[in-house]
Design a protein. Structure first.
Length: 370
């Protein structure tokens, strides 16, 4: 198996690296089923779910001020800015977190800028990585974003340009807005207003908005899924490659049998791999098996895998290990993770990180170059 070449290291604020690697193909092969909105009855039930800690947990870093002293170079005119993670549409039609630098400002202005980055052909379109685009219709203006910290509700006010989206993009727009804002520590839910009026449903297809949007709605739902009444949801991170051959991570919500232990179910979905035609890549080998997963009293989650390809626990593709860390963090509320491979306690990735020791999810995911 050909190991992929690492091209970027970790943020100084993180305990582990985010391996963005050059590759024109998947680590273990690419699965080639389209990801569409779920059946209407499933969608309605998902949007009514509240307090779902599995999907409301966020691994994406908050808006962070980046100084010119030791900070990463910002693709803006000044030498200081704000680091934020926004959810953009990739070439496969999936939403992916992308870390970018925005102008420095107060929190409300930063949140407004984060959503402005989602506008197709908007003010920040030239700053987006190749192959990525905003899902809000061109001409959308983010008039205001207010945050009530007492209940974690962000109220977003758009102009009427917001209504000009394609009906088929309705759910994707809701997901992009919700996941971008709820990456902030103090934001748990999102409420939408247009032209000074609170929306009770989305303008075109009438998706109900009778309660705040949260991450319980999921993201990148598969076209083929189990009925929600007999299942629960977990979110896992697969890998994809940009048009320039850069690897990045994509969250996908999967339905698993109700009553299944969430972490075990999520990891088994990761091992099963992406749906055919999604453009996502396998991060595990066909021989990877989950031995067990357990959360220790110290809050560290231990994931034990078996795979004869990595008998010595060395030079394991970083994508494989990072996907495990991201998936566990997403489904636990950012727990630290340590990985065992074939019983070995030293598990070294191709990014030279020892995942046998507790590591955290990256504060910022997918720091792709322009």
């Amino acid at each position: 198996m050909k190991h992929l070449k690492q091209i970027r290291g970790a943020s100084a604020a993180c305990l582990l690296a985010v391996p963005l690697v050059l590759s024109g193909c998947s680590l273990f092969g690419s699965e080639s089923a389209s990801v569409d909105p779920p059946p209407s009855e499933v969608e309605a039930q998902m949007l009514q779910v509240s307090g779902n800690t599995t999907l409301d947990s966020g691994v994406i870093g908050p808006v962070t001020q980046i100084s010119s002293e030791g900070g990463k170079e910002a693709p803006v005119s000044n030498s200081s800015g704000t680091r934020a993670t926004v959810f953009l549409e990739d070439a496969n039609g999936l939403l992916a977190p992308v870390s970018m630098n925005l102008p420095k400002g107060e929190l409300a202005a930063n949140l407004k800028d984060s959503l402005t980055a989602l506008v197709d052909k908007g003010a920040y379109a030239s700053m987006l990585p190749a192959g990525f685009a905003g899902v809000l219709p061109a001409g959308t203006a983010v008039e205001n974003v207010t945050l009530d910290k007492s209940n974690g509700l962000a109220v977003v006010e758009f102009n009427t340009g917001f209504n000009a989206y394609e009906p088929s993009d309705e759910r994707k727009i809701m997901e992009a807005i919700t996941w971008t804002l709820t990456g902030q520590e103090d934001i748990k839910g999102v409420q939408l207003w247009v032209d000074g009026k609170k929306l009770t449903e989305m303008p075109l297809k009438g998706t109900p908005l009778d309660r705040p949007l949260t991450r319980s709605m999921g993201i990148n739902l598969p076209k083929q899924g189990a009925l929600l009444m007999n299942s629960s949801a977990v979110t896992v991170y697969f890998s994809a490659a940009s048009q320039d051959g850069l690897q990045y991570y994509v969250p996908v919500t999967r339905f698993v049998p109700s009553g299944t232990e969430p972490l075990k179910a999520a990891l088994n979905e990761l091992i099963t791999g992406p749906e055919a035609g999604s453009g996502l890549e396998m991060v595990m080998t066909q021989e990877t098996k989950l031995d067990h997963v357990e959360a220790g009293q110290n809050g560290v989650v231990t994931v034990s895998l078996k795979d004869d390809m990595f008998a010595d626990g060395k030079d394991i593709p970083a994508e494989m290990l990072e996907s495990v860390v991201l998936t566990i963090a997403q489904n636990t509320g950012d727990s630290l993770v340590q990985i065992r491979m074939n019983g070995k306690e030293t598990v070294t990735g191709t990014n030279h990180v020892d995942y046998g020791k507790p590591v955290s999810a990256p504060e910022f995911v997918n720091e792709l170059p322009l």
